[in-house]
Design a protein around this ligand. Structure first.
Ligand code: FAD
Length: 332
């Protein structure tokens, strides 16, 4: 069996941690190894792993391949994989590689599995391991299909060391079929995101924010503005109940919510020290997501909501619109 380790280089032409770990995964199988690198420059990366035992080094380099761009990255990966003729292609599960993995597999007629956590050779067969159902089940996969393209998660494989040397890289020149021109990279401000795992407090927004309030009107714009103001003032993290997230999917409710915000049985289990639930009923499938949050408070109009049933330390029976507005004023 022939294994291709296929990775992009970083700025300066070297290899990142995730790529080196993926090399560890590919090399650890013990089969014939080919290295394929793409990026603005590849020689420094190839030299850094010259002693990895690869039979061949293939490369695609140039300004066209400097930045992550689907068309050019996919062309580079396709050209390298075709030149290598490998049975198994191992890529790191970086954002850049993950973006093209499935498309490259399609171009090659390969099977694809992503974010593997284990890869081993047993009796001539390759056995992969990965999580299913949000890390509730671990599965072992074997495939007869060849080629087989996989991406491996970072933190699961050891990066081999002491491999420096002088590698002779066979350069390929694939045609770049893309209409996208990269003019620069713009990143959002570091505090622009609303999911902040490192924050001390989690603010949960429930479906009540999107419901008709006293007077019979929905107050969605006001709800959005109040929630974002409180997040801005406290730098807390935002979570949501499933009901509110589902409303967002249908074009209603709060425009900045995604399913990534959902806390609960079928959502996430955040680990913030404190939690404040607002306009959320506190039903069991939601509250199970709070099991690591030890200091809990809730604001609800309903004195007999779930939070009052021993699920929160303090329940404020009040209008969350009024409370959050006053809170934001106090924090100014
Ligand atoms: C298999 C399964 C899995 C599930 N997984 C999840 C999950 O992962 N996460 C999750 O969240 N849910 C989950 N659910 C759904 C869950 O059971 C509830 O339906 C959901 O949590 C309800 O969301 P909510 O409390 O925001 O909405 P609602 O039940 O509609 O409650 C809204 C609350 O807002 C209050 N309110 C309204 N206006 C105001 C105001 N002005 N001020 C203060 N309070 C106000 C109301 O009194 C009410 O209590 C799951 C259900 C099932 C069956």
């Amino acid at each position: 069996m022939k294994v291709l380790f296929l990775a992009h280089t970083e700025e300066g032409g070297g290899l990142g941690k995730a790529a080196l770990e993926a090399l560890g995964a590919a090399k650890g199988l013990g089969f014939e190894l080919v290295v394929g690198l793409y990026g603005a420059e590849v020689q420094a990366g190839a030299d850094a792993i010259a002693g990895c035992g690869a039979a061949k080094f293939l490369g695609v380099a140039g300004a066209d391949f400097a930045t992550a761009r689907y068309g050019s990255d996919a062309s580079a990966c396709e050209a390298i994989a075709k030149a290598a003729g490998a049975d198994l292609i191992v890529m790191p599960a970086t954002a850049r590689a993950s973006r093209v993995a499935a498309g490259v597999a399609l171009r090659l007629g390969a099977a694809v599995d992503t974010r593997l956590t284990g890869l081993e050779a047993a009796e001539g067969k390759v056995v992969a391991t990965r999580w299913f159902y949000r890390q509730r089940m671990v599965g072992r996969i074997e495939r007869d299909a060849r080629p087989w393209l996989v991406t491996v998660d970072s933190g699961c494989f050891e990066a081999p060391s002491d491999m420096k040397g002088a590698a002779s890289v066979e350069m390929l020149s694939p045609a770049v079929a893309t209409r996208t021109v990269v003019t620069g990279v713009k990143s959002p401000a570091a505090d622009a995101q609303t999911i902040r795992p490192e924050a001390k407090m989690l603010l949960v927004a429930g479906a009540g924010w999107g419901k008709s309030q006293a007077g019979g009107m929905k107050r969605l714009d006001e709800a959005s503005q109040l929630i974002l103001s409180l997040i801005g003032a406290t730098k807390c993290s935002l979570g949501s109940s499933k009901s509110l997230v589902d409303q967002s999917g249908e074009g209603g409710a709060l425009p900045f919510l995604t399913h990534m915000h959902q806390v609960g049985q079928t959502g996430s289990t955040p680990r913030h020290q404190k939690g404040l639930a607002t306009c959320c009923h506190g039903e069991e499938p939601h509250v199970v997501g709070w099991r690591f949050i030890t200091e809990r408070r809730a604001i609800n109009l309903d004195a007999s909501c779930g939070w009052a049933q021993g699920k929160a330390d303090v329940l404020y029976v009040a209008d969350a619109f009024a409370v959050v507005k006053a809170l934001v004023e106090l924090l100014k």
